[in-house]
Design a protein around this ligand. Sequence first.
Ligand SMILES: Nc1ncnc2c1ncn2[C@@H]1O[C@H](COP(=O)(O)OP(=O)(O)OP(=O)(O)O)[C@@H](O)[C@H]1O
Ligand SMILES: [Mg+2]
Length: 316
Amino acid sequence: MQYAIEAIDVKKSYGDFQAVKGVSFQIPVGTCFGILGPNGAGKTSLLGMMEGIHKISSGQIKILGLDVATELAKIQPLLGVQLQTNNYFQFLNVEQLLDFFQELRAASINNKYRDKKAIDAMLDKVSLLDKKKVKVEELSGGQKQRLSIAIAMLEDPKILFLDEPTSALDPQNRRYTWDFIEQIKQDKDKTILLTTHHMDEAERLCDELLIMDHGKIIQQGSPSELVRSLNRHQNIVVKYKNGQFDGEFVKHAAGVVDHKDHGDSIVVSTVKSLETIKSLFNHAEERQIEITEFDVQLPNLEDVFISNTGAALRDD
Ligand SMILES: Nc1ncnc2c1ncn2[C@@H]1O[C@H](COP(=O)(O)OP(=O)(O)OP(=O)(O)O)[C@@H](O)[C@H]1O
Ligand SMILES: [Mg+2]
């Protein structure tokens, strides 16, 4: 099987400091692959090596079977790159900027042909067509971020690298960007590699995830596999009034491993949620306790991360 991207024991050092410490993975064509990790985990360094921006210190990266170290010229036309920091030429307007990138790309592959219509079509896709003549410096943060995705997508790349595509966006713009990424995902020829600090983003967009910290892979799998691997207890939260749960009863109810009664709510950790719920409800009925609210909290990717690193995801 030919992979979109294959990394074999890849390392990156800056002087004496090793930012990526021997990372291997394979990304099948047509998938959305996420690299999740806190600040300084090595995500951008790893992406930079795949994109041919950073020199690989050791190991090998292949893109669609081609070796990044020796065949970069063949690979680059296949890539679309959205950089984490994009200090674009602020004095250009949106159209001029896209035009500039199109020209740059055409020059890099010795191609004189440039498709003006593609610029309008792409701006339309990211809802920036009406901003065509607006200077880049006058765009909002969300519009700039969409513009950077448009630049990455302009030449219809086979592999799209998105480095924190929704950092610094408000919830509405994040959702908008997710929808746009989901549209790109429909094309099964395209492979997307994105980095993120956001668990909800990873859970929603990525087929496969790699969790990194301190330059190493901590865990890899689909979002649901990672959550399942946690094998964590579920928390049942019951709000109640009129009466009191018998602590001894709750402690020995089926599946219960821990519980805390706050007087108006009880939180019960269990390994057999259904049986525990039945016992709690029967007990409440016998004692005429009125249950007013009820919730089962499932573990999520954040819990996976915390359980692996002992730390929450640091966010900018
Ligand atoms: N050009 C560089 N020279 C020296 N050290 C660097 C360089 N680029 C990155 N580093 C260091 O390598 C480590 C990994 O940085 P990197 O940018 O890859 O992390 P990241 O996971 O992308 O973090 P963030 O979530 O903040 O973007 C950090 O400790 C960083 O300080
Ligand atoms: Mg980064």
